[in-house]
Design a protein around this ligand. Structure first.
Ligand code: 59J
Length: 575
């Protein structure tokens, strides 16, 4: 019919033919135009819909101790995942895959089938890169790898409070990991890949930008000392059934913190059962009244006024001293004491009388100059500054109690720093948690070196002479100086508890050429005694002995050898 009509109307047929031809020509022209003139633009557009950048994870910087021992390391791991739909396509390779993954074949099949409708499933998380690569090299379609890093803490609970930890994305959460997060964090790189419409990776094209690894960080601590301090503190806590404790060791010449440990502690590699108690870096985030451990600074203040000399005496009478409605008490009667005797007896009465004689300001200024109530500059997360009270008008009770260690609060680190100033001939060198590679600044002279040396001599008497209360802090081969303290803990409702104590010991060694200052804090010893001289001093002695030996410090207290005895022994041995 149409043909007939066409034949009947030949002009209509020609018009239709003409239009069909014209349309074909237009399409051909358009194709030619796009291919020839717009080729580049269109190819780019196509690529833009398939090309993707995926991040290359950057290596987080390693944290080490001062000798390069690793404290926090990021280990590369390879996580393998699969597209179950793709896996379904070739079941003949499942056995090979199971073998390569070191998985039972039945288990792998079950998992693939359980995820059959999905296009993502994990095959194995955090494999060693070698193992992961071995699997990927088999080029089983539907199996993909993802590079990741996992942070490990080789020293575990021994350095946990100081080093801190990161979260699963390797962002610092606590401690040094948090404080130096920016320094440690790298910049991820970029890799160009082709993905299909569903976002599945088709081809790895090129590395566009290499990942920039984070920077290394060498801490000031010596892991050997850290281990020793950890062990000795823990043993003391067990022996005296104490609640908690801290230990800080400082190089007096450089201000570097050589060890900082706390108990209780935690395992940073497994944080599933973490308690807030175990996480506290008490040495820096807890403050306490330092009690008698500050008496050497009150003595230094007295000597600094010129009104007192080491030979000056104080009468402590029957061991009590009334100030208004307060009565200051000594635990034992002292009678007439020179300044060395005041420290040996640890007389609250004597220190109070001295403080009232010189006034509050010299005591306050001395305490301030050795760092009490002041920022350490360490900027450790959560670090406390403590309080050194300043009164517009100092009452006698306030003056006296400040001088024998109450009414102010300090951290263990601040207390250790103050002893480091004393041991560094009166120079206040800023503290550091990082290894100091350049020559350290001389520091500010805050105590006359003659006075610091006199006070060091008194601290030596506390440890080495009978009745000083510090005998258990002695270190064979070295002269050491230090001061014990036993302080009633503040009660929750105000005032002081009657049966909760903090046992303290602070000191410096060796006396002739001081190198290390250390502070031990033991919270609430509950069995076998609670005096600082009994509970904390032995920890000081043992840890200081190890520290001086490990740091190759020349002994200043060796018994003079008799050559004949040595010769005799040698010959005897050979005979
Ligand atoms: C003490 C205090 C509390 C606060 C007293 C310890 C005061 C005080 C109010 C009685 C136990 C105790 C401001 S004792 O550290 O004097 O270390 O070997 O807690 O005195 O006035 O049953 N230390 N300790 N005092 N407070 N307020 C001695 C002394 C010290 C020793 C022993 C025995 C106290 C020699 C402490 C030690 O030097």
């Amino acid at each position: 019919m149409i043909g007939l009509q066409g034949i009947n109307h030949p002009w209509r047929f020609r018009i239709i033919l003409f239009f069909l031809f014209a349309m074909g020509a237009a399409i051909a022209a358009r194709i030619a135009y796009l291919h020839v003139f717009h080729h580049e633009f269109l190819a780019e557009q196509g690529d833009a819909r398939a090309l993707r950048y995926i991040p290359i994870p950057a290596h987080r910087g390693v944290i080490t101790d001062r000798n390069g021992e690793p404290l926090a390391v990021s280990t590369p791991v390879l996580t393998l995942w699969a597209n179950p739909k793709e896996l379904q396509a070739d079941k003949t390779r499942w056995e090979e895959l199971a073998l390569a993954l070191e998985l039972p074949k039945a288990e792998l099949i079950k998992r693939i089938e359980n995820n059959a409708a999905r296009d993502f499933m994990y095959l194995a998380r955090g494999l060693t890169p070698e193992h992961g690569q071995r699997v990927l090299e088999r080029k089983i379609s539907g199996v993909y790898g993802k590079e990741e890093f996992r942070r490990f803490y080789p020293a575990g609970e021994v350095a946990a409070h100081l080093v801190g930890f990161t979260n699963i994305d390797e962002h610092g959460q606590e401690g040094i990991e948090l404080a130096f997060d920016e320094w440690l964090t790298g910049v991820p790189g970029k890799r160009q890949v082709i993905k299909d419409r569903r976002g599945d990776l088709i081809r790895d094209l090129q590395v566009k930008e290499n990942a920039k690894p984070g920077k290394q960080l060498a801490l000031s601590i010596d892991l050997r000392l850290q281990y020793l301090a950890h062990r000795e503190l823990r043993n003391a806590l067990l022996e005296f059934e104490a609640k908690a404790g801290s230990l800080v060791m400082i190089d007096v010449r450089t201000g570097e913190i050589l060890a900082m440990v706390n108990h209780p502690t935690f395992n940073p590699n497994n944080r599933r059962h973490l308690t807030p108690q175990a996480m506290r870096n008490r040495a820096m985030i807890d403050v306490f009244e330092p009690g008698s451990t500050v008496k050497p600074f009150s003595i230094a203040a007295a000597l600094g006024t010129g009104r007192w000399t080491p030979e000056s005496t104080v009468d402590t009478g029957n061991g009590t001293f009334r100030i208004g409605r307060y009565t200051i008490r000594d635990v034992s009667r002292g009678g007439l004491l020179d300044l060395t005797g005041v420290l040996k007896k640890s007389s609250n009465v004597a220190i109070s009388k001295i403080a009232l004689d010189i006034g509050a300001m010299p005591v306050y200024n001395m305490m301030q100059s050795v760092g009490f109530g002041a920022d350490t500059g360490l900027s450790f997360p959560g670090e406390r500054v403590g309080q050194l009270p300043m009164h517009r008008k100092w009452g006698e009770a306030e003056t006296a109690t400040l001088a024998y260690g109450y009414g102010l609060s300090v951290t263990a680190v601040q207390l250790a720093h103050a002893y480091a100033v004393l041991g560094n001939q009166g120079r206040n060198v800023p503290l550091s948690l990082l290894r100091q590679d350049q020559t350290v600044a001389a520091g500010e002279q805050v105590i006359d070196p003659k006075i610091s040396s006199q006070v060091m001599g008194m601290l030596q008497a506390v440890v080495e002479e009978a009745g000083g209360g510090g005998a258990r802090a002695q270190v064979p081969g070295y002269h050491v100086g230090g001061k014990s303290g036993t302080a009633k803990k503040l009660a929750v409702g105000g005032g002081y508890t009657e049966s909760s104590y903090r046992s303290l010991f602070a000191g410096v060694a060796p006396i002739d050429n001081p190198r290390v200052a250390a502070v031990i804090v033991i919270d609430e010893p509950s069995k076998g005694g609670y005096y600082g001289g009994l509970v904390a001093a032995p920890v000081f002695g043992r840890v200081m002995a190890g520290a001086l030996r490990m740091l190759n410090v020349r002994p200043d207290n060796l018994p003079t050898e008799t050559p004949t005895a040595v010769v005799g022994a040698t010959q005897g041995g050979r005979g």
